[in-house]
Design a protein around this ligand. Structure first.
Ligand code: HEC
Ligand code: HEC
Length: 263
């Protein structure tokens, strides 16, 4: 015996289910979409895929990167001279000086260019054919060069002195950072006081290059810093502060710890 009540009851249940689903969707409750909703982006820095670097610091990589052969490296460096200079001081201020920079840092950068974890049209092409051993050798050569500029070999370094207020801003950031914004002193990792490897020395680095790297870290365009120290710090710095520290390094004012006097 089919009673109209039962038919209406089944339809009613079906309609009720549909209504609940539509209602939950309207309210944004994820009844149906939980499994198909795309995962949220991994971090604030878009678009970063996976790990910052394929380099893992372990016994093998530390030994390889720190024991290159500088004599063989000098031959390889002929391919670099045009841009990075004969004595590791670049011909243009937008190209980094490599003289006296820690070999492990240089080696890691060459691996990051090779793997595409650090983007640079020119350097990805140049680092591509270098084997890890070639990279260690050429890094050992540049690391050995004196980082004090010699007018004959450093056509674009040092750059002009910043004004007084820029010097004050830079000195504060280098020596104490800004505890209120969680910015540690640059000197703690980049020397010459502390030296957290593989953070590079910035003491003889070009203004234009330092500024462009800080801007790139701040917007995530450079994202090969393991554990994000530089993306975090650069994003906290005001544009005027990035400019001030770049000018300070570019003018060769960071050779000695801030506060150092020779008397
Ligand atoms: C045609 C010019 C050119 C040549 C040749 C060249 N480089 Fe570079 N190199 C650059 C530029 C420009 C950059 C900066 C890239 C950027 O903006 O990130 C750079 C960056 C680098 C860096 C990163 C430095 C840092 O402080 O992070 C390393 C290491 C490096 N080059 C090594 C080499 C080596 C080794 C060779 C030779 C085998 C070489 N380069 C040849 C132009 C060149
Ligand atoms: C906690 C350690 C730490 C502190 C503090 C720090 N840095 Fe760095 N910085 C690094 C590391 C590590 C790298 C190298 C990242 C990589 O592997 O490419 C780096 C790279 C850089 C570079 C790129 C250098 C090059 O040759 O390409 C610049 C410029 C720089 N830092 C500026 C600064 C400034 C300015 C400050 C202070 C406001 C600062 N850093 C504070 C760890 C630090």
């Amino acid at each position: 015996m089919d009673s109209p009540k039962t038919t209406i009851g089944i339809r009613g249940v079906v309609l009720l289910c549909i209504a609940v689903v539509i209602f939950s969707e309207l309210l944004g409750l994820p009844l149906l979409r939980r499994s198909i909703r795309p995962a949220p982006p991994p971090s604030n820095f878009a678009p970063v895929s996976g790990v910052p670097s394929l380099v893992a610091w372990n016994e093998a990589t530390i030994i390889l990167s720190a024991t290159g052969n500088p004599i063989r490296g000098e031959f390889i460096s002929r391919r670099c001279e045009l841009c990075h200079g004969v004595e590791g001081f670049s011909s243009r201020a937008s190209t980094p000086n490599l003289a006296g920079i820690d070999a492990r840092y240089l080696w890691k950068q060459l691996q990051d260019f090779r793997s595409g974890k650090r983007k640079s049209e020119v350097m990805q092409r140049i680092a591509g054919p270098l084997t890890p051993r070639d990279a260690a050798d050429v890094a050992a050569y540049f690391a050995m060069l004196p980082n004090a500029p010699d007018a004959q070999f450093s056509p674009s370094f040092p750059q002009t002195l910043p004004d007084h207020s820029a010097i004050e801003i830079a000195q504060r950031l280098l020596a104490v950072g800004d505890p209120n914004r969680g910015i540690p002193p640059c000197q703690a990792c980049h020397g010459p006081l502390g030296y957290v490897r593989p953070a590079p020395s910035l003491a003889s680095q070009n203004y234009d290059y330092v500024l462009s790297q800080l801007n790139d870290f701040a917007r995530g365009a450079r994202s090969n810093d393991i554990d994000l120290p530089m993306r975090t710090i650069a994003a906290e710095l005001l544009p005027s502060e990035r400019q001030a520290v770049a000018e300070f390094y570019g003018a060769d004012l960071a050779r000695f710890p801030v506060g150092y006097t020779s008397q």
